[in-house]
Write a protein that binds this ligand. Structure first.
Ligand SMILES: Cc1ncc(COP(=O)(O)O)c(C=O)c1O
Length: 412
């Protein structure tokens, strides 16, 4: 017998995309823009550290990592987000993850009750969203609340304006900045207000920051820890998640971390001791070297900046285009995201993802509409040479959309 707990989950986005497109041959040399898998070279220090420590595969690794790994992550957080020295106690406030996805899921398992204040617990998540958040809410029997991220709110859902009764039963919240899919970046003040809200209503807020190191010229995206401190809020309700998948082009390494309030980390550590897969020692050594190195991160960012510039050049004058402020996705408005996806594949071999596959209708927001329906998500992962024809094809499709809109619709 199979539990019905997950029966509300739609088919995952990528099998849905395959089913949508398999009826059509590619209309040109395929250009991969659907999956957020970095394609830039892996840094040499990763290979070197793995090779030097391969003997570590002979041992069961500790669930909380090694002292060297914890110190490297603690120092990175302190430097990157200008935290006062001593804010992070690496031994009590950081845990390794096999990529952030499993950690984001397990955080809810460890920290989110099924009920709060005598009611079914609520889990807040942005909509559209990274799909793991909804599965985590359902796994603990809580109700996922899909808070719409729209152009009107700058694609950053404002949890502070939710009704009192909903906040009173909120037990856990996910928040993503820089956001996937829209590339929106929350200010330090916005993040700080969310941390304060979590403290006031006694819920845990999980800031998903795995795109924090990919951004155009200008200020670095702010992070949840610095924001909470600037707002005068303790870290007792705050967790941040980060990863080497995007920062260091190593999605297959499966290496990330969670950091935050000691009691939250202790609870996660306890559950992970029973059910978590510890990070292998060679992976921890490689991760330690990567968190201590910024040279490869700067080089990586420079490559993305070239591609942001290319996107601006090719799509910049189109009303459905907003330049991302972080991350490596474009979130582009069309007439109908699914139809545009088919057209791009069938006519040009360009593979993008319909925005609807990342969103959900929730009757509490925007009349229950799925906020992704009119959008496509395009990943800037291919090298510029391959990306140019992909972006040109997208521009062609969006130009047709712009022509079918009235001027007021185009600027709304
Ligand atoms: C918003 C967001 N969070 C988390 C992840 C998970 O990354 P990883 O498990 O590779 O660290 C991804 C990956 O695409 C993502 O887009």
């Amino acid at each position: 017998m199979i539990p019905r707990r997950f029966s509300d989950l739609p088919e995952y986005a990528f099998p849905r995309l395959r089913a949508l497109l398999e009826r059509y041959p590619a209309g040109g040399e395929p250009i991969a823009m659907s999956i957020g898998e970095p394609r830039h070279p892996m840094p040499a220090i990763l290979h070197e550290a793995l090779a030097a420590h391969a003997i570590g595969y002979a041992k069961y690794p500790p669930i909380d990592g090694t002292p060297g790994w914890r110190a490297a992550v603690g120092d990175w957080l302190t430097n990157r987000f200008s935290l006062p020295t001593g804010t992070i106690d690496p031994d009590r406030m950081i845990l390794p993850l096999n990529g952030t996805r499993e950690g984001l899921f397990m955080a809810a398992m460890a920290l989110c009750p099924a009920e709060k204040n005598g009611k079914r617990a609520a889990v807040l998540l942005p909509n559209p969203f990274y799909q793991c958040y909804a599965a985590a809410a359902l796994a603990v029997g809580a109700e996922p609340i899909f808070v719409a991220a729209t152009p009107e709110n700058g694609w950053l859902p404002d949890y502070t304006s939710l009704p009192e009764d909903l906040l009173a039963r909120t037990a856990f919240a996910y928040y993503c900045s820089p956001s996937n899919p829209q590339g929106a970046v929350a200010s330090r003040e916005q993040l700080g207000r969310l941390a304060a809200l979590a403290e006031n209503y006694d819920f845990t807020i999980a800031f998903d920051e795995c795109y924090s190191e990919i951004y155009p010229d200008g200020p670095k995206p702010a992070g949840g820890l610095e924001a909470a401190l600037a707002e005068g809020v303790s870290l007792d309700h705050v967790l941040v998640f980060n990863s080497l998948s995007k920062r260091s082009n190593a999605p297959g390494l499966r290496s990330g971390f969670v950091a935050g309030g000691p009691a939250l980390i202790t609870a996660m550590n306890r559950l992970r001791s029973y059910a978590g897969a510890p990070s292998p020692l060679p992976v921890l050594h490689a991760a330690e070297a990567l968190w201590r190195d910024e040279t490869h991160v700067e080089a990586n960012r420079a490559l993305y900046r070239e591609k942001y510039a290319l996107a601006d050049e090719i799509l910049g004058d189109l009303p459905g285009y907003t330049a991302p402020r972080g991350g490596f996705f474009l979130w582009l408005e069309t007439d109908d995201g699914e139809a545009a996806t088919v057209q791009l594949w069938r006519d040009h071999g360009v593979r993008v993802l319909p925005g609807a596959y990342l969103g959900r209708g929730d009757p509490r927001f925007i009349d229950g509409m799925n906020p992704g329906t009119r959008y496509i998500r395009a990943a800037l992962v291919e090298p510029p040479g391959a990306l140019r024809p992909g972006l040109e094809a997208i521009a062609g499709v969006m130009r047709k959309t712009a022509k079918t809109q009235t001027p007021s619709e185009a600027t709304a």
